[in-house]
Design a protein around this ligand. Structure first.
Ligand code: AHR
Length: 502
């Protein structure tokens, strides 16, 4: 048995839990849209073709924002193809994923779906093969009430009210050589600045996200951010971060410590953004939008390729997640919460089928993957303020990140109700951890619900036939003794405990 401790105090907080931290991502990729959220003819589909079995799971997941329509897809996308009468929409070749896009689902369908799901849409504009003009056209079509050519076109398309999208991504992964229309930092910085400036000429209150690096291992990481932010500083509100984690060469301990990598990535981008602020004598503190993050067994995808060339909605990167992956996703959520003073927007990539918490089969069922559970429980329970805690724990030696703490913890405190919620993970694969938390300064508390996600088999998954093999179950023997919380984290587990104020 290993031992770890944390101390929390109501006066020490990171800040309020940002609602946009629990976002996700819908890209026209694989089966995320087609046979994912949209499948006319499915037994649960409504009149718009939206699968209601998937819709129920999206609501249960508790996602707050959805980034759309890509992803690498957006860099070749013509938004006009996806509006107007569906039978007149063109089929296009999507160069990002070598598929055929039918455009049967487009902007207005997405907005209707988002409204039904109760999520805030976050749009990406194409700055790969397009530029300022097309971004402005999309903005006018989307947000202008009426009385101009494009807003009247939207009204003629049957949508009388503007969509009023607040948050816009200025392209996607423009640092990546794989991106259609890839740019240097200087080229992208200018384009992002001019696009943002023009969009603000229409509406200065928009929230605009410039592309940061596609991941921390990019050779241009750091230099890219510095140059882009120097160029676009006054016109943008956020810089993006993307990261996918996987076991490399079977190194599970490093994989379990992925959140240490996420911490370092976030802290390096904050340092870079703040150094640009310092050079410019600017009091501005740029937001971070971690708008793609997840576990992705990317090497398998690279080995297999994209599948049948130019097919419609093929099966792409439908990773089947294990309980180990769920623990990693839980730890990444802890990292995001711990940095939520600066990371105020994040998107689990993606939502359905494509490296997703929700799986669906054409004409078949929809179910929760293992990673669904830590996300849904965190989104539902993290209320009020994130607390700044101190922690002591044994370490796990890892090849990639050095010594990583065996335990990661974060707490949120709802000042209205007085309740306190703990989220914790145990990275040790064969040891339980006795965790003790000093919560004496929060007054008299009682233990509410305690849940654990764990399994004797670290590779356990949920499948169409065994949809609930991995699911949260009550955690026993959680006690409060003299202002101290006592619990045991089983090996390789994600845990949450609610403490209610009495
Ligand atoms: O989410 C899958 C892909 O990963 C996205 O299209 C791209 O932005 C990233 O490289």
């Amino acid at each position: 048995m290993l031992h770890a401790r944390f101390t929390a105090h109501p006066a020490f907080s990171v800040g309020p839990v940002p609602p946009r931290l629990f976002g996700s991502f819908v890209e026209h990729m694989g089966r995320c849209v087609y046979t994912g959220i949209y499948e006319p003819g499915h037994i649960t589909a409504d009149d718009d073709g939206f699968r209601q079995d998937v819709m129920e799971l999206v609501r249960e997941l508790g996602v707050t924002t959805i980034r759309y329509p890509g992803g690498n897809f957006v860099s070749g996308y013509r938004w006009e193809d996806g509006v107007g009468p569906a039978d007149q929409r063109p089929k296009r070749l999507d160069l990002a994923w070598h598929t055929t896009e039918t455009n049967q689902f487009g902007l207005n369908e997405f907005m209707r779906w988002a409204e039904q799901a109760g999520v805030e849409p976050m749009m990406a504009v194409n700055l790969g093969t397009r530029g300022v003009r097309e971004a402005l056209d999309l903005l006018e079509y989307t947000n202008h009430p009426g009385g101009s050519a494009l807003s009247d076109q939207r009204i003629a398309d049957g949508v009388s009210e503007p969509h009023n999208v607040r948050m816009w991504c200025l392209g996607n992964e423009m640092d990546g050589p794989w991106q259609t229309g890839h740019k240097t930092a200087a080229e992208y910085g200018r384009l992002a600045a001019e696009t943002a400036k023009a969009m603000r000429q229409y509406d200065p209150t928009l929230e605009l996200v410039a592309c940061g690096s596609s991941n921390m291992d990019m050779p241009t990481f750091g230099a890219w951010e510095s140059e882009v932010l120097e160029e676009a500083w006054d016109a943008i509100d956020f810089v993006s971060l993307h990261a996918y984690y996987e076991p490399i060469d079977g190194d599970i301990d490093s994989f379990l410590a992925s959140a240490v990598g996420m911490d370092r990535f976030i802290e390096a981008v904050i340092a870079t953004a703040d150094s640009v602020a310092a050079r410019r004598h600017s009091p501005k503190r740029l937001g971070l939008s971690f708008d793609e993050w997840n576990v992705w067994y990317a090497r398998e995808f690279q080995a297999e390729g994209t599948g049948p060339e130019w097919s419609q909605a093929p099966r792409l990167i439908e990773d089947e997640y294990t309980v180990t992956d769920a623990v990693v996703v839980g730890s990444l959520l802890i990292s995001l919460l711990r940095h939520s003073d600066r990371v105020t927007s994040a998107s689990l990539a993606q939502l359905v089928n494509v490296i997703a918490p929700i799986r669906s089969e054409p004409d078949g069922p929809a179910w929760r993957q293992t990673i669904f559970h830590p996300f849904a429980q965190t989104a539902a329970r993290a209320k009020g303020r994130v607390l700044r805690t101190t922690q002591t724990a044994p370490t796990l030696p890892t090849a990639r990140y050095g010594d990583a703490p065996v335990v990661a913890t974060v707490l949120t405190h709802d000042e209205q109700t007085g309740s306190l919620v703990l989220f914790a993970i145990n990275r040790a694969r064969s040891d339980s951890v006795a965790l003790v938390g000093d919560v004496a300064t929060f007054g008299t508390l009682t233990v509410g619900t305690s849940l654990v996600v764990t399994d004797a088999d670290p590779l356990a998954t949920n499948t169409a036939d065994h949809q609930d093999r991995v699911t949260p179950v009550p955690l026993d023997k959680v006690e409060l003794l003299d202002g101290e919380l006592h619990l045991q984290l089983p090996p390789l587990s994600w845990v949450t405990v609610t403490l209610e104020r009495t």
